[in-house]
Design a protein around this ligand. Structure first.
Ligand SMILES: [Zn+2]
Length: 73
Protein backbone atom coordinates (compact mmCIF):
# COMPACT_ATOMS: atom_id res chain seq x y z
CA UNK A 1 0.00 0.00 0.00
CA UNK A 2 1.50 3.29 -1.08
CA UNK A 3 0.54 6.53 0.50
CA UNK A 4 1.19 9.41 -1.84
CA UNK A 5 -0.99 11.57 0.32
CA UNK A 6 0.57 12.93 3.46
CA UNK A 7 -0.64 11.08 6.47
CA UNK A 8 -1.93 14.14 8.18
CA UNK A 9 -4.26 14.14 11.10
CA UNK A 10 -7.79 15.26 10.52
CA UNK A 11 -8.88 18.34 12.37
CA UNK A 12 -11.98 20.37 13.06
CA UNK A 13 -11.78 22.01 9.64
CA UNK A 14 -12.21 18.66 7.91
CA UNK A 15 -15.88 18.09 7.26
CA UNK A 16 -17.91 15.08 6.23
CA UNK A 17 -18.73 15.24 2.51
CA UNK A 18 -22.21 13.97 3.25
CA UNK A 19 -23.46 15.91 6.24
CA UNK A 20 -20.88 18.53 7.14
CA UNK A 21 -20.10 17.10 10.56
CA UNK A 22 -16.50 16.88 11.65
CA UNK A 23 -14.71 14.26 9.62
CA UNK A 24 -12.97 11.37 11.31
CA UNK A 25 -12.29 9.18 8.29
CA UNK A 26 -10.28 10.11 5.21
CA UNK A 27 -10.63 7.89 2.17
CA UNK A 28 -8.20 8.03 -0.73
CA UNK A 29 -9.72 6.79 -3.94
CA UNK A 30 -7.58 4.38 -5.88
CA UNK A 31 -8.80 5.55 -9.30
CA UNK A 32 -8.38 9.30 -8.97
CA UNK A 33 -6.26 9.69 -5.89
CA UNK A 34 -8.91 12.07 -4.66
CA UNK A 35 -9.86 12.31 -1.05
CA UNK A 36 -13.23 11.90 0.55
CA UNK A 37 -13.95 12.81 4.13
CA UNK A 38 -16.61 11.26 6.30
CA UNK A 39 -17.85 11.52 9.83
CA UNK A 40 -17.95 8.31 11.84
CA UNK A 41 -21.55 7.68 10.92
CA UNK A 42 -21.14 8.10 7.18
CA UNK A 43 -17.85 6.25 7.12
CA UNK A 44 -19.75 3.22 8.35
CA UNK A 45 -22.48 3.85 5.80
CA UNK A 46 -20.14 3.94 2.79
CA UNK A 47 -17.48 1.54 4.01
CA UNK A 48 -18.79 -1.52 2.20
CA UNK A 49 -19.04 0.38 -1.07
CA UNK A 50 -15.93 2.52 -0.95
CA UNK A 51 -13.37 0.44 0.84
CA UNK A 52 -12.76 -1.90 -2.12
CA UNK A 53 -12.24 1.20 -4.31
CA UNK A 54 -9.89 2.97 -1.97
CA UNK A 55 -6.14 2.89 -1.72
CA UNK A 56 -6.18 4.39 1.72
CA UNK A 57 -8.60 4.33 4.61
CA UNK A 58 -7.46 6.63 7.34
CA UNK A 59 -9.75 6.06 10.29
CA UNK A 60 -9.56 8.31 13.29
CA UNK A 61 -12.92 7.39 14.74
CA UNK A 62 -11.06 6.06 17.75
CA UNK A 63 -10.50 9.67 18.70
CA UNK A 64 -14.23 10.06 19.19
CA UNK A 65 -13.92 8.06 22.36
CA UNK A 66 -10.71 9.62 23.54
CA UNK A 67 -10.66 12.01 26.37
CA UNK A 68 -9.17 15.38 25.54
CA UNK A 69 -5.45 15.40 26.14
CA UNK A 70 -4.61 16.42 29.64
CA UNK A 71 -1.21 17.78 30.43
CA UNK A 72 0.48 15.93 33.21
CA UNK A 73 2.99 17.75 35.27
ZN1 LIG B 1 -21.55 12.57 7.84
Amino acid sequence: MTTAVADRTLNALDRCDRCGAQAYVRVVLESSGGELLFCGHHARAVEATLKPLSSGWHDETGRLHEKPPVSVD
